[in-house]
Design a protein around this ligand. Structure first.
Ligand code: CA
Length: 303
């Protein structure tokens, strides 16, 4: 029996190539399982044109596969999913010279059906939370400049303009092993979470992001934030996902699941798993299992 859900979640995603790049190496995706867990993922690939696209797509697929098939304990799910992505990207990169050294960032949030959630990340794609009017970054970049800021050697403002601002200390798939940062979080109705690649936070300040996130519906927020990043230069691919934990059943009656476009406009490398799709596949599975059982019974009776 499906447990009663504590809340409804409204999700929207958008990914855009930006104004300068010729290809979008960012991907994003949303997943949901029968227990009411939602997973949002953003990945920002690197390693040449083909390598970057391949790495971020493989990360999304690997993380989604672990969520779909090997959910297990929520506590360890994201760490296992990110390590599976690292193994897959590293294996493919090692077997194809044109993809050698490819990697990707990754940030994911797992939203449970009650008050428990989890954030995992590697690299400088970020997660933010808006709660009771307060906007906080809930991931800490695995980047050289972030480490310098932490040690007080440069300021946060200097980090934004620093020539080494894109140097990552950790990424998915480059090495044979990787350390995943996993942070358990509590969830409250009214919370809004935002995941993004550096194409957003590199162009748009925290204050402007928070203002849009607080004012708009998730679908309008992701569209406006992508527009803002492009208006400010659009020097990189930009990807934004928003999840809003709604206050009440009544508020959410027409807005369950995703409420807007998800992933790159061309759909490349994007996996969006809508609840209706899930139900359709579940029904097909039940019919297939029934037919198989009938066939086995027939065979045993006839044998
Ligand atoms: Ca980027």
């Amino acid at each position: 029996m499906r447990p009663t859900r504590f809340r409804q979640v409204q999700i929207a995603s958008q990914s855009d190539v930006g104004r300068v790049r010729s290809a979008n190496q960012d991907v994003c995706g949303t997943f949901e399982n029968a227990e009411g867990y939602r997973l949002l993922v953003v990945a920002d690939g690197m390693g040449g044109h083909r390598g970057g696209e391949t790495a971020s797509r493989l990360a999304l697929e690997s993380i989604g596969r672990v969520f779909d098939r090997d959910f297990g304990e929520p506590d360890s799910l994201l760490a296992r999913a990110f390590r599976a992505a690292n193994d897959e990207i590293h294996r493919v990169g090692a077997s194809d010279p044109s993809l050698h050294g490819m990697g990707t960032t990754g940030v994911a949030i797992l939203i449970g059906p009650r008050d428990e959630g989890c954030v995992a990340h590697i690299g400088d794609s970020r997660a933010y939370r808006l709660r009771d009017g307060r906007f906080d970054q809930i991931t800490e970049d695995h980047s050289w400049v972030c480490e310098e800021v932490r040690h007080g050697r440069i300021s946060a403002d200097e980090a934004r303009e620093h020539p080494m601002k894109n140097v990552l200390l950790r990424s998915i798939g480059v090495g044979a092993d990787v350390e995943v940062t996993v942070t358990p979080i509590d969830l409250k109705s009214g919370d809004r979470f935002l995941l993004c690649s550096d194409g957003l936070w590199g162009e748009v300040g925290d204050r402007a992001i928070a203002e849009v996130l607080a004012r708009e519906s998730p679908s309008s927020a992701v569209a406006e934030l992508v527009d803002l990043a492009n208006t400010h230069g659009g020097s990189d691919n930009v990807t934004v996902q928003v999840a809003a934990l709604l206050e009440s059943e009544a508020e959410s009656s027409t807005a369950i699941g995703t409420d807007g476009p998800s992933g790159a406009p061309d759909g490349s490398g994007t996996h969006t798993f809508l609840p209706d799709e899930r139900r359709r596949w579940t029904r097909a599975g039940v019919i297939a299992a029934s037919l198989l059982a009938a066939a086995v019974l027939f065979w045993r009776v006839c044998a």
